[in-house]
Design a protein around this ligand. Structure first.
Ligand SMILES: Cc1cc2nc3c(=O)[nH]c(=O)nc-3n(C[C@H](O)[C@H](O)[C@H](O)COP(=O)(O)OP(=O)(O)OC[C@H]3O[C@@H](n4cnc5c(N)ncnc54)[C@H](O)[C@@H]3O)c2cc1C
Length: 551
């Protein structure tokens, strides 16, 4: 199994450095002697060094519940490491000396210096690190085991957390895996305890994201006393763009993220309108690349670290985290995005992008051409979507909770809906169940007044029920619009908050009502709610961050 995964791109995954490259590297590290059997890294250990083999051999092993699997044997000219080496995260594998010899030890700082300054070695190392991590994930082996059920929401949350953070794990489904009873007995857990994560010898029952991140060593060790140049809250496209630009321009950047890098975009199966990707790119692949890029420039990313409060009474600004810690920054970028209002249907995340959509563009319209579809919502966005989709779909069912559309939708749209023979309005109606295998196939709705729910073979639901910004944690620090989105730049004119603006200059384009606090992407009032827009704003705001830091 391991061999198949590693064989495909072995040359790129485990390249051999030339004598010239080895000579160039020697200035960046320290040569040490190794002893046979010596363990140089253990899983979970924050192993901040890359080892370049000069003589002797080092075996790289993946511990499993049944022992060890050999990943590769490093000989002269080979180097150790994968993405965790550059991120300051806990190691995923074990490194042990098979034959004594000499290795060149390059620490994290020296490695970062190298990948930023030596283009040839940077490409070689970065490609190898990324491919090694991808292969580790593909093996579906290791000493982190999730015992769960596809019918449990807790299992799905843990799967999403591990998957979106690119962490290799073994998935054991109690409903179908024959090995499950043995594992349950061995670790003294029962079916009622699921989801259970067996994490490096510890048994974690329905662990929080924070507990998982702690056990896996996902976050670098951080110095809270340090005042950062820039703290970015949210690692969606907007936050990651600000991080890459900030760190590549010399700023000390910390990113805080509740869940996993990628934000909403990370849940998109294919983004087809992002410039430069003519065949589309999955949100997770885009996020993974952005994260690697950010970390190459030295950005510190703290996963499962939610901002719960912003203290803006004095500078540097302070941010309180869900784990009780406080971090401080001279400038802040709010990139916490928005959450689309979801239906109260448990399995909805399973069908995101494969039957459930939050946008009705030409891309989605193509997916449901000539089919029967549902649009949920009573506002203008729902009305526009229904009319637009009715142009290509066989039939559109417009579902609203209210008694009608008059209070929430423009009259011109209501008239168009009434004039469209293939749109049916269902008032006081809600979806109560979704079903399907790899994609949505059936839905059930319930109308007030009718006793029995109705089931239909419909595979496309457009949720046009509006987005709620993630701004509760700002608690009055910066000016928000009536829906809770952050006001920036010219939107602040005539705003009562600006009466307290302390500077003679006006707020910059993406600056909030507090100097040095910026907002980018979907969280910003008037934003376009697109990946490219969030990336553009995140990148652009860094220029004004520099100006603020020099004020
Ligand atoms: C299913 C889906 C498909 C989409 N498809 C497309 C598409 O094809 N093309 C396109 O252009 N756009 C698409 N979009 C829209 C696009 O994803 C968003 O516009 C974009 O992700 C916004 O980026 P952002 O960085 O502003 O915010 P987000 O992506 O929302 O990221 C915000 C991040 O902040 C984190 N966060 C929130 N609160 C806190 C806190 N208190 N502390 C720490 N972290 C916090 C969140 O966990 C999240 O990771 C899609 C959206 C969805 C939901």
């Amino acid at each position: 199994m391991l061999n198949n995964v590693y064989e495909n791109r072995r040359e790129q995954m485990f390249p051999t450095l030339t004598a010239t490259q080895l000579a160039r590297l020697e200035a960046h590290g320290l040569v040490i002697s190794t002893v046979q059997g010596e363990v140089l890294a253990e899983p979970g250990e924050r192993f901040r060094k890359m080892l370049v083999v000069l003589s002797g051999t080092i075996e790289i092993l993946l511990p499993t519940v049944d022992g060890e699997e050999l990943v590769t044997l490093h000989t002269r000219g080979h180097f150790s490491g994968e993405m965790s080496t550059l991120r300051g995260q806990g190691s995923v594998v074990r490194a042990r000396v098979r034959e004594a010899g000499e290795v060149l030890v390059i620490n994290e700082e020296q490695l970062r210096d190298l990948v930023q300054t030596d283009a040839e070695l940077s490409e070689l190392f970065m490609r190898a690190f990324i491919l090694r991590r991808v292969a580790l994930i593909a093996t579906q082996q290791g000493d982190v085991i999730l015992i769960g059920s596809r019918h449990s929401a807790g299992t799905l949350r843990v799967q999403q957390f591990l998957g979106r953070n690119g962490f290799p794990y073994v998935n054991v489904d109690i409903d179908s895996d024959p090995t499950v009873q043995g594992l349950l007995d061995r670790f003294h857990v029962s079916v009622d305890d699921i989801p259970v994560v067996l994490c490096r010898g510890k048994v974690l029952q329905n662990p929080s994201n924070e507990a998982l991140a702690g056990c896996l060593g996902l976050n670098p060790l951080s110095d809270d006393a340090k005042v950062r140049d820039l703290i970015i809250i949210g690692a969606g496209p907007g936050g990651l763009a600000a991080a890459v630009y900030g760190a590549s321009e010399g700023l000390d950047v910390l990113v805080l993220e509740t869940n996993a890098p990628g934000g909403q975009a990370g849940s998109s199966s294919k983004i087809e309108n992002y410039l430069g990707f003519p065949t589309g790119i999955s949100g997770q692949a885009l996020a993974g690349r952005a994260l690697v890029q950010a970390q190459k420039f030295g950005v510190e990313v703290a996963i499962a670290n939610s901002a719960v409060r912003l203290h803006c009474e004095q500078r540097p600004y302070a941010i309180e985290l869900s784990n009780g810690r406080t971090v401080r920054g001279r400038a802040i970028v709010i990139a916490t995005g928005a959450e689309y209002r979801q239906l109260a249907v448990e399995n909805i995340p399973r069908f995101l992008g494969v039957g459930v959509y939050y946008a009705a563009t030409y891309v989605e319209a193509r997916l449901c051409k000539d089919e029967e579809i549902i649009v949920v919502g009573g506002g203008n966005s729902a009305g526009q979507a229904a009319v637009f989709l009715a142009g290509g779909c066989r039939h559109v069912h417009l579902l609203v909770r209210a008694q009608g559309l008059a209070d929430s939708m423009s009259r011109y749209l209501i008239r168009r809906i009434e004039d469209s023979p293939n749109i049916t309005l269902h008032t006081q109606t809600e979806i109560i169940a979704l079903a399907g295998d790899s994609r949505l196939q059936h839905i059930t709705w319930q109308s007030k007044g009718s006793k029995a729910p109705e089931s239909h073979d419909i595979g496309h639901v457009f949720l046009m029920t509006g987005a709620v910004p993630n701004t509760a944690w700002l608690q009055g620090c910066v000016s928000l619009d009536d829906k809770g989105f952050v006001r920036t730049g010219t939107d602040l004119i005539a705003d009562a908050h600006v009466a307290n603006w302390p500077l003679t200059r006006a707020p910059y384009l993406l600056e909030t009502s507090m100097p040095g606090i910026f907002a980018v992407g979907d969280v910003r009032c008037g934003s376009v709610k697109r990946v490219a827009a969030a990336v553009g704003e995140g990148s652009a705001c860094v220029q004004t961050v520099h100006r603020v830091l020099n004020e």
